[in-house]
Design a protein around this ligand. Structure first.
Ligand code: HH2
Length: 289
């Protein structure tokens, strides 16, 4: 199956550059922006702002998946999502919903959402694949062992790249077998991983996508590994996030999931210009010799 394009009702992503997914958390307890967009009006205003900053798509979440976060009932999750998703139908970019519950996914897809972002890769709810297949949704299949709440308690990899590649490959194959036609793979930065694991997965994200036959999305924004590298608290990891974004794009990431869209677009623009110039110089040199 060809990795690109990813076709949504409002956009076609052809892989010609790294796309920016803006994060919109409707939660009271997300690790970096919890509580800021709980009121629907503020959330919708934030979504418009993210689009103005150049977001290619917006990921809306109503349950925090940080380690130790309390799971929420589907009804609570949907009560947070519904008014916001209804208002976001007018936006010019595709919307994804960050949920691992098929019931929530089904309702969201009924409101015109194009993409389901499942941090468990379809593993925590047996109905997820069927719902996405029936609605012809794009499914983001993220790597995660166990449940988000306990994911940092037993982190053990002998060869993180090989193990994530194999487990993601199995998750993608299960989704394809169930009829989900459009898939994006995500190695799950910070999801049951330590610093050294996150670094390997970012460094080899393009290789991972090529081997899995799917575009790769990475979500390094403000995460713990950046704190470990810089010594900075979550609110001061903006510059560190941009380092990860530029490096991941250089290594082949198809999408980056970030809180600060304007800054990520700038970083990507510069990284892409430099990559383009490399090609130009090589071509010029080749032409002269
Ligand atoms: N990271 C978070 C949430 N969802 N989805 C994908 N596909 N990839 C990620 O890396 C990813 C994700 C965690 O970030 P955030 O939404 O800011 O925090 P929280 O889970 O606390 O709401």
């Amino acid at each position: 199956m060809a990795a690109w394009p990813i076709r949504c009702s409002k956009a076609v992503f052809d892989g010609s550059r790294t796309y920016v997914m803006g994060v919109l958390n409707l939660t009271p307890d997300s690790f970096s922006d919890g509580g800021r967009y709980v009121e629907p009006e503020r959330a919708v205003a934030r979504a418009r702002e993210l689009v103005g900053q150049g977001a290619d798509l917006i990921d809306v979440g109503a349950e925090s998946t940080r380690p130790g976060a309390e799971p929420v009932e589907a009804a609570t999750e949907w009560a947070r999502l519904r008014p916001v998703l209804e208002a976001l139908r007018e936006l010019p970019v595709p919307i994804s919903v960050d949920t691992y519950k098929a019931e929530v996914a089904e309702r969201a897809l009924g409101l015109g959402v194009d993409i389901i972002n499942d941090v468990s890769g379809g593993r925590l709810d047996a109905r997820m694949h069927g719902v996405c297949a029936a609605r012809r949704a794009v499914l983001i299949v993220q790597h995660l062992r166990g449940e988000p709440r306990h994911m940092q308690e037993q982190v053990a990899f002998d060869d993180v790249y090989a193990e994530v590649e194999r487990e993601l490959g199995e998750a993608l194959a299960a989704a394809r077998a169930a009829g989900v036609e459009q898939l994006i793979a995500d190695p799950g930065i910070g999801f049951g991983k330590r610093l050294e694991h996150d670094l390997v997965l970012l460094a080899r994200c393009g290789e991972l996508g090529a081997s899995l036959g799917a575009p790769v999305l990475v979500g390094p924004s403000r995460k713990r590994f950046l704190g470990e590298l810089t010594g900075l608290p979550v609110g001061e990891r903006g510059a560190a996030t941009l380092g990860a974004v530029a490096a991941a794009a250089e290594r082949g990431a198809g999408f980056v999931r970030v809180h600060d869209v304007a800054a990520a677009r700038q970083a990507l623009r510069v990284a892409e210009a430099i990559r383009g110039a490399t090609k130009h110089t090589t071509a010029t040199r080749g032409a002269r010799t």
